[in-house]
Design a protein around this ligand. Sequence first.
Ligand code: ADE
Length: 225
Amino acid sequence: MRIDIITVLPELLKSPFEASILKRAIEKGLVEVHFHNLRDYVTDNYRQIDDYQFGGGAGMVMMIEPIDKCISALKEERTYDEIIYMTPDGVTLNQKTANILSLKENIIILCGHYKGVDQRVRDHFITREISIGDYVLSGGELGAAVLCDTIIRLLPGVLNDETSALTDSFQDNLLAPPVYTRPADYKGWKVPEILTSGNFPKIEKWREDQAYKRTLERRPDLLKE
Ligand code: ADE
């Protein structure tokens, strides 16, 4: 898989890809991540990427031309399955979307800033608009990092124990059950006995019950889906 990220702040985005699972995925060649500084696609001397909005009002709008130039240059090299725009008024990211996107070959992620991008960018280039939650970030970069993490960890070979992504919260619309490790008794706080019983069918049933109980308490909306 290849991910191209278009941003005005590449330095804000790079560090999540330089550690742990994402770093390993890149080193193993399971994913390629490329950063494109929008200012490199500006022709004027001021390297201006935003301007005042038509009709007046506070806040700058990202201009269409540098974005068009950047996306068009990328599209000349290869075909893209998705061109995603990170924005608080997009569709809220969930595990299902991450699963779908993890099956794509090439995707572009455009990070918004200020008041966002000229609507014509959204109308003519963007195939999917994603928000990472009902709050406003200073820009789309942190959202893009979150999106990339959810996608990349699903790629075959990225996680050591390949089955572990399948038992994450939200797969099957259930939150994950509680987990414990040694010691079995810490200051009198004991691990549920069933987990040390060695009775694996019963342990599996216990985990399913706990996952259901936790989902019912915390996210009943997931059970309705
Ligand atoms: N840009 C600003 N806020 C955002 C959000 N909540 N999700 C994605 N991109 C954003």
